[in-house]
Each structure stands twice: as structure tokens, then as C-alpha cells.
Design a binder for this molecule. Structure first.
Ligand code: SF4
Ligand code: SF4
Length: 388
């Protein structure tokens, strides 16, 4: 009997050897023996059971990691040869353009329409991310579908051993053949039910994005949603939660906008921490911004902005780690992970440290009613109820 690694799985060398299921976004830690066996199974000729236990093979067959018949479809390549950094770079937010077809009242981009990454630069970024053993790529903007060479960028995506997620406002998807998008998931900005969403994004935009989400799901794409808490949508969260669960939305990310960009001119939409914080308890699924044991947010995340700056996340675009011309790895190595023990949260011995990990470090850094270099994220403190 010969065994074949299913097309959807790629082997990764992260902090430990690992297997990544692109379709389900599942990461399995492996020992060296299992890694070596699966590596052999990933070759077109597959491999025999030599070197693997019966129980392990049965588990892999039941999880559809292995098949005992060779697939006629093209095999995804293993991740490009290379190595992970420590901590590993797993998630990359790639802002391919800052052009947009909306003028959202909370948008953090100060002057949109100035910058765009070329397909040549994007090609190099994708290859380096792959060789650094990356897991998830978020293609973002502005509105990424407005990139002047979006078709060429879409053509670069197949074959890379990571999950590709397109983050869009959904308005252009109606005109686009969704099945031709070479992405595994589409993430939509939905900032409320019709009233709340349109208050931020313009009249009629809610109906258009909901139409686009349904079309994406009908076309077989996983769909996820990202929502900002603001003054006009606080009465709509329970309804959104029901709707998104009914629609089989995969991940629902809920966040509070920072007072930057357009929100400065629309500050009445902004809510104080005691009102906005508790809404951070909504949402489900996983995101890219999490911490790790002993570390605060963004432990495995890097952002590339449309002007070529590379930073911890888009909020840190004004204090970049470097530029794409230097390569991702160099920039990544300059990023010093934030240890939880350095935070005010540790001094206060917060019992929610393991779950909260100090919340959003950018939001904490700009809070004006806290003091100290490693402040708490008081929105999260209100979410956990440690400040009432
Ligand atoms: S600072 Fe905030 S936005 Fe940036 S990675 Fe951390 S949680 Fe995400
Ligand atoms: S709830 Fe507040 S004090 Fe506790 S870890 Fe989160 S930000 Fe820090």
C-alpha cells in the first residue's frame, strides 16, 4: 500500500515541525519521524508505511490528511525551501493598494490613492513569505480589487503553500467572477446591520456587501467578517451574531477603531472605552493578531503597506521596521516581541492575562487616560469587567 499527502496539506518548519491544512486552517505539531514520513508521502510517487506507526496512519487517513490513492489533480508544492525565523512569521497582511471606492468615516488611511505595490514586488514578497514558512496571507487595501494590476496579482497566488484571504468591502465582487479569484477565503467589512453599516460606509453599501457575501459562499469560498464598534451599531450586535452564525460565516472579528485618519473628523462615532469595550466580547473564530504564550499581540504577524513600508501592523506604519526592498526577514528580525511580564497588566496581576495578553498594544499606547510605557488596553479591561 502507498500513501499520498492530500493536496490541501503542506509541511512547515516553524518552532517545531508542523503540518498545515490550508483549507481548514488547521496546524498540527509533528515530531521529526512523522514529519519525515509525511514529507515522503508528499512526493508524487507517495510512500509506503515504512517508518510510521499503524495508529498514526489510521489517524491521517481518518482526518483526510493522507489518501491511499494518488490524486490526479496538480499537487500543491511543499513550502519553498527555507527556514522559519524565531518566533515564526506566520501571518502577513499585504496592503497592495491604498486606493478605495468608499470614503468610510472611520478609515485609518490618511490620504488614500497615493500608493500601490507592483506585481513584481508582490511576487518577491510572496516567495519570501513562503520560504519563511508563512501560513496565512491577508490581501488588503484600501480596496484590493481596485489595484490596477489585480489580475496579474491574482495569477501569482496559486501554488504557494499558504492560505490566501482577500479582505474587501465587497462592492466590486458583484461584477467579478468570484470563482476566478485564487483565494481560499474572502473577508468582508460589515460594520453593522443596514443602519450601522451604511452610517459608516454610505447608503446602499450594506445591501451590496450582503449580496456579495452570499455570492461568495454560493461560489464555494469560505467567508469571514470584520466589524468595527461605533456609535451607530451598538444596538445591532445580537442581530449580527445571529445572522453571521446562520450564514455560516467562518470567523467574525470585532474591533474598536483607533482615533486616526477619517475618524478624527468624525469623532462623534467614536465610543468611550466603557461603552465600546464590552462589545469586544462578540466575535468568534481566530484572527491573525493573537499573541503567544508569554507574549502580547501580533507575535506572528507582519504588515506590508502600499508604500513599501514594513511594520508590526498597519497602525505602526509611521514607525516602520524597514522597507520591502530589504526583504521580509530583515524587517521581521528587527521586530522585538512584547513580553507580557513587561506590561502594566502583569504588575496588576490581571487574572485574564492568558486570554487577553494585554489586548491591542497600539490601542493601549494611545490611550490618554492611562499612564506608563506599557499601559493596559482599557477597552479590554472593560470587556473582561476588571474595570466597571
Ligand atoms: S497592535 Fe493592535 S492592530 Fe496591531 S497587531 Fe496588535 S492587536 Fe493587532
Ligand atoms: S484585561 Fe486589561 S489588565 Fe488584563 S490583560 Fe487585558 S489589558 Fe491587561
Amino acid at each position: 500500500m502507498r500513501y499520498y499527502l492530500e493536496n490541501n496539506f503542506v509541511l512547515k518548519r516553524l518552532e517545531t515541525p508542523a503540518l498545515y491544512g490550508i483549507q481548514e486552517d488547521e496546524l498540527y505539531e509533528l515530531d521529526e519521524t512523522a514529519f519525515e514520513f509525511l514529507r515522503k508521502c508528499s512526493r508524487p510517487e507517495g510512500c509506503s508505511a515504512d517508518g510510521a506507526g499503524k495508529e498514526f496512519i489510521e489517524y491521517c487517513l481518518s482526518e483526510k490528511i493522507l489518501s491511499d490513492t494518488s490524486s490526479p489533480t496538480l499537487r500543491r508544492p511543499e513550502s519553498l525551501p527555507g527556514s522559519s525565523a524565531f518566533p515564526s512569521l506566520r501571518y502577513l497582511e499585504l496592503q497592495i493598494t491604498d486606493r478605495c471606492n468608499l470614503k468610510c468615516r472611520h478609515c485609518y488611511i490618511d490620504k488614500p490613492g497615493q500608493n500601490e505595490l507592483s506585481p513584481e514586488v508582490i511576487k518577491d514578497i510572496l516567495c519570501e513569505f513562503d520560504s519563511m514558512q508563512g501560513l496565512r496571507l491577508l490581501i488588503t487595501g484600501g480596496e484590493p480589487l481596485l489595484h490596477r494590476s489585480f489580475g496579474a496579482i491574482n495569477d501569482l497566488l496559486p501554488g504557494h503553500g499558504f492560505r490566501k484571504i482577500l479582505f474587501t468591502n465587497g462592492l466590486l465582487l458583484e461584477k467579478m467572477a468570484i470563482t476566478e479569484l485564487n483565494v481560499d477565503e474572502i473577508q468582508f467589512s460589515v460594520d453593522g446591520m443596514e443602519h450601522g453599516h451604511d452610517a459608516l460606509r454610505g447608503s446602499g453599501s450594506y445591501n451590496m456587501v450582503m449580496h456579495a457575501i452570499k455570492a461568495a459562499i454560493a461560489a464555494g469560498k469560505a467567508a469571514s467578517v470584520s466589524t468595527m464598534v461605533h456609535r451607530e451599531n451598538t444596538g445591532e450586535f445580537a442581530e449580527m451574531e445571529r445572522l453571521f452564525k446562520d450564514m455560516d460565516i467562518r470567523d467574525w472579528t470585532v474591533d474598536v477603531p483607533c482615533l486616526t485618519g477619517n475618524l478624527k473628523q468624525n469623532a462623534t462615532l467614536n465610543l468611550p472605552p466603557e461603552v465600546a469595550g464590552p462589545f469586544l466580547n462578540y466575535g468568534f473564530g481566530g484572527g491573525l493578531h493573537g499573541g503567544g504564550e508569554g507574549y502580547a499581540c501580533g507575535l506572528h504577524l507582519l504588515s506590508v503597506l502600499a508604500n513599501g513600508a514594513v511594520s508590526k501592523c498597519a497602525f505602526y506604519g509611521r514607525s516602520p521596521l524597514g522597507t520591502v526592498s530589504e526583504g521580509l526577514r530583515k524587517c521581521w528580525e528587527r521586530l522585538k516581541p512584547v513580553k507580557l511580564e513587561e506590561l502594566e497588566c502583569a504588575r496588576l496581576d490581571c487574572k485574564f492575562m492568558d486570554a487577553c495578553r494585554g489586548g491591542c498594544r497600539y490601542r493601549a499606547s494611545i490611550a490618554d487616560n492611562e499612564s506608563g510605557p506599557r499601559k493596559r488596553d482599557i477597552y479590554k479591561c472593560f470587556a473582561y469587567g476588571i474595570i466597571e
